[in-house]
Every structure is written in C-alpha cells, then in structure tokens.
Design a protein around this ligand. Structure first.
Ligand code: NOJ
Length: 570
C-alpha cells in the first residue's frame, strides 16, 4: 500500500491541465499559444499546483485540435516555436512546477510522413505501421458496408476509410484523419520510445497518454454487437485493453524511463477501463503507469443512447462508483481524480447548478478523495458550460459529425443541439476568462471559439481579491493536500452511501481523522454525525451556512464542510 514515508511525490501533488488553444493568446490571431501560457504562469503558481499537463502543441493539421499529430518533434506554428516551448519549460521549472506532455500514439495524423509512406503502396516498408485491410469478402447484402469490420468510430461513421491508392481500408477509431498505428509492429514501438526519450532529454517530466489502452487490438478484428447508429457495431471489446497492452506499457517503461533519475509522472487515459485492470496498470511493482484516467463516474449521466442522450445524475450512483474505485485502488495502485478535462462538459453546469457554492462543494468532495486531483483550466474559476446558439457556434469535430449524422438520420436538429449544449466538448474549450474586458482578456483579436458572455462577472481578476471565490477555495484545497498527510495518503471510508443528496466520507491516517460532508443539492439537508465530531475543528468550509451540534449537521444548499479530529480530541 502506498503510505508514508515512501509515498511517491505525486500523491501530494495537484495537476493542472492547459488546453493551449483556449488558454491565452499572445499574438492576436485568436488562438492561444505557448508565449501566452508562459505569461500566465503566475496564475498557476498562485493557485499552488505542482504539475502542468499540456494538451498537444505538436505539428498538426488540427482536425482534432492537435490530437492528430503530423510531427511529434515539432511545435505547430499556431502555438509558437520549439524555443517558445523551451522557455515555457524553463519558466515552469523555475517556479518549482513540473511539465507533463500529452502523448498521442494510438494514432497519428493522416498527414504524418509515416502514414503518407504507409498509404503509398502495399510494399512500402511502413505499410504495416498502420492497420490496412481489404474490403470485406464476400460482401453480403444487409451488412452495413464493405468495411473490414462493422465498428462505429468515436466521431460517428465507420472506423474504416477506403484509400484509393491501394484499394484497401485503413483503421481509425477516431476521425478519418487519425489513422491507428499498428503497435504489433516492433518498429512502431521503437519509434515511439525514441520520440519519448527525445522529450525527456529536453527536460519534460512525464506524459499523459491519450487512449493508451487502445494500443493493443485483438489481431482478428472481429465485428462487434450492432448497437451503433445506422447498423454499425461496437468494437470496444476488440480494441480496448487488448491482449498485449500490459506488455507494451511495461516495455515502454523500460525503454523510456529505465536508468533516468527524476520525478516523473505517467498517467494513462483509458476509456472503459475496469478497476480490476486499473489495479494492474497502476501496481508499482508491475512498472506500467503511475495512474489512469477512468471513465465510470463521467458516464453515469449517459442515457441508453450514449453521451448525447444525457439523463440526470443520481448522486448515489456517483458515490457507489467513486467509492468502489477508492476501495479497489486502496491497497494496490493509485487513483487519479477529475471532474473536468477538454472532453467533458463543465462540472459546475453538469453536476452543480452553476453557482459558486456548487463549484466549491464539488471541488471539496473530489480533492479530498485519495488520489491525485486534476484541475482543468477555468475549473478553478467555476467556469460554466457555454450558451451555444446554433451549430455555427460549435467547433469540435465530434459534435459537428454527430450533429450532421443525427440530423441526416432524421433527428430533430433542436433536440440534437440541446444534447450538444449539455454534453459537447466545446463547453470545455471556450477561452479562459481572465478579465471582464474585451474577449475576457484571452486575445486582442477574435477568438477561434466564442468567449462565454458570463466573463463580465466570472473571471480570474474578479476572484483574486475575493477570499470567498472559487479560485481561493481551490487554492485552499491544494494547500490542504500539501500540508496534511491524511489528505494525501490517509485511507478512505464512504459514509451515508444511500443518502440521495449528501456526499460524506472519512479519511484517516494514524490518529488524524478528516470528515468531509457536502450537500450536493439545492435544498437544505440535515444529517446525523457520530457524536465525536461535535468537538472537531472546522478546517474548511465553502459557506457560512452550516451548523454542527452534538449529533447533526445542518447544511445549506451546496454547503461543504471539512472537520478534523486529532489524537488529543475525543
Ligand atoms: C482522447 C482525447 O482526450 C480527445 O480529445 C481526442 O479527441 C481523442 N482521444 C483522440 O485523440
């Protein structure tokens, strides 16, 4: 079990994700860039975070905002230069923080020279670097098409595109501009390892690994159950957490990190990962990754039709899910903790009611679990979903593809838009709201996606001097993790599991106990506490609206309270 005094540094660390396109623009072209990020590092230092995770800044046609890479060792001119990157890295280090790169190696861009070569002919030495298959034979009437499998892409439509040059199909789990690399080929793995070493030699402190549990596919590539749109199938069981994924990650750890000294962080994004698998991936003895991003808790409000068919969250489901992960990775392995990232709608709109109180209550709950918390840019301000008026306001390839396919299939455009407003990824991608001024202080020009109109009151400048702001609440939570070992490595016990509106748990380390009680609802709640908490010290609260007597806590809407008992107290 990870415990003092051997706990790795990242158990008491907090990671901050920067999505460069939307963070800060220094040139006036409306797109955020590296110089812009460097100019805002004071904000991160003030918040107190330990690590910056930088979403992709590599050369890219930007079909998926940089998650489609055409050169892993070059910076896209839209974000600046390699020199700008080196300056950012130096500044991050100078401030005592670390910098983790996004590693997108399940796929490349179709404009990557590897793929350009691969598609040029069946005999090309790089042909086998990607997944090429002939048309399905014999073609049977009633099947969705001649594609080698029936899988539906994450971005709508089939996962296979016919390439006229050779008359074969290539696999792309995401957009057609994101062909999947064939990790079965050792040359592919060696090329990725070499590229990773190049970044580590440059001084970076680790990697966030994009959909890394998709790198091992079942080589037979069988059809999946036809649950997708238009008769397409779900190929998940064929490409997620495949037979060689652990082997590939262990090899990567050996080839890239062995013999290096330093404090590195690796986190694998793993859609659909189970806690059983996560325990294997994060068991330090196995040498794979330090932690994974799992998706169970951010799928609880998906309806029968998936993420664009949302349903209200039942808090009991959330507690059961996160509680299960706390237990599963309590003895072996480690959790990452997140509400938000560049793919998720804003939590304050999704699980909260948009208010400061709900932003801070949700933050309190998340940050005081056992695991490493991730803050996504703007979350620390309580930034909300955006009021997209119509499809022209959307930019995300996933949302646009979904809109067009759903409308073509006969769905009501307004109903599709309603779902996209609630769940679409563009909600996370509106510019960071620095000030109440022109374009929220993000750019001097016109932003690539509209700034949320609520920046006139919801912005960083307005929060710095307000001790009750969301920003200062996040700052205090981060400080608690840094200063209280019970937050970092204490064990976790869920309380009130069946309560529909109150999220409560206890953390314990030796003779220190922390009680976290949060009302995640818009009505007052009263809960019974064990009597000893009457004498406890309140270490954090997001509102004056709570009252604890010998046996009960009366919690105002969205009130969150953290109590501490130490050895001397009963
Ligand atoms: C997961 C990333 O987080 C997402 O933004 C991206 O679209 C897909 N992987 C494909 O790279």
């Amino acid at each position: 079990m990870i415990d003092r005094p051997t706990a790795p540094w990242w158990t008491s660390a907090v990671v901050y994700q920067v999505y460069p396109r939307s963070f800060a623009d220094s040139t006036g072209d409306g797109i955020g860039d590296l110089v812009g990020i460097t100019s805002r590092l004071d904000h991160l230092q003030r918040l107190g975070v330990d690590v910056v995770w930088l979403s992709p800044i590599y050369l890219s046609p930007q079909a998926d905002n940089g998650y489609d890479i055409s050169d892993y060792q070059a910076v896209d001119p839209v974000f600046g230069t390699l020199e700008d990157f080196d300056r950012l890295l130096a500044q991050v280090h100078e401030r005592g923080m670390r910098l983790v790169m996004d590693l997108v190696v399940n796929h490349t861009s179709d404009e990557h020279p590897w793929f350009v070569e691969s598609r040029s002919g069946k005999d090309n030495p790089k042909r086998d670097w990607y997944w090429w298959r002939p048309a399905r034979e014999p073609f049977t009437a009633g099947e969705p098409g001649a594609e080698p499998t029936n899988w539906e892409s994450f971005f709508s439509g089939p996962t296979w595109t016919l390439d006229e040059t050779t008359g074969e199909y290539y696999l792309h789990l995401f957009d057609r501009k994101q062909p999947d690399l064939n990790w079965e080929n050792p040359e592919v793995r060696a090329a990725v390892h070499e590229m990773m070493r190049w970044w580590l030699d440059r001084g970076v402190d680790g990697f966030r690994m994009d959909v890394i549990n998709f790198i091992s596919k079942h080589p037979e590539l069988r059809d999946g159950p036809t649950t997708g749109t238009g008769g397409l199938g779900n190929g998940f069981a064929q490409f997620a957490t495949g037979p060689r994924v652990h082997e590939f990650l262990q090899e990567m750890r050996r080839e890239v990190f062995a013999g290096r000294t330093g404090n590195f962080l690796t986190v694998g994004e793993m859609p659909g990962v189970t806690w059983e698998d996560a325990r294997l991936f994060t068991d330090p003895a196995r040498g794979e990754v330090d932690m994974v991003f799992q998706f169970e808790h951010v799928s609880l409000d998906h309806g029968p039709g998936g993420k664009f068919d949302p349903k209200p969250l039942d808090l009991r489901d959330l507690k059961a899910s996160l509680g299960r992960w706390q237990t599963a990775l309590g003895e072996t392995g480690w959790n990452s903790l997140y509400w938000n990232n560049h793919d998720q709608p804003r939590v304050v709109s999704r699980f909260g009611d948009g208010s400061r109180e709900s932003a801070t209550a949700l933050a309190t709950v998340l940050h005081l679990h056992r695991g490493t918390p991730y803050v996504y840019q703007g979350e620390e301000l309580g930034m909300t979903n955006a009021p997209f008026a119509g499809v022209d306001d959307l930019r995300d390839v996933e949302s646009l593809n979904h809109f067009h396919r759903a409308v073509e299939a006969g769905q009501d455009p307004e109903a599709v838009l309603t779902a996209l407003r609630a769940m679409g990824r563009d909600n996370a991608r509106t510019p960071v709201q620095w000030t109440a001024d022109h374009e929220a202080g993000f750019t001097d020009g016109t932003p690539w996606i509209a700034v949320n109109p609520n920046h006139t009151w919801l912005n960083a400048a307005a929060q710095y001097d307000d001790p009750h702001s969301v920003f200062h609440h996040y700052r205090r939570l981060i400080e608690l993790r840094h200063t209280r070992p019970v937050v970092a490595v204490g064990d976790f016990t869920m309380l009130l599991a069946d309560h529909p509106h109150v999220y409560a748990f206890e953390r314990r380390l030796d003779d220190v106990r922390l009680l976290v009680v949060a009302n995640l609802h818009g009505t007052e709640q009263t809960v019974d506490l064990a009597p000893e908490w009457a004498g406890a010290t309140a270490v954090l609260s997001n509102t004056a609206g709570h009252d604890v007597d010998a046996s009960r806590a009366i919690l105002q809407p969205w009130a969150a309270l953290v109590l501490e008992l130490t050895g001397g107290q009963s």
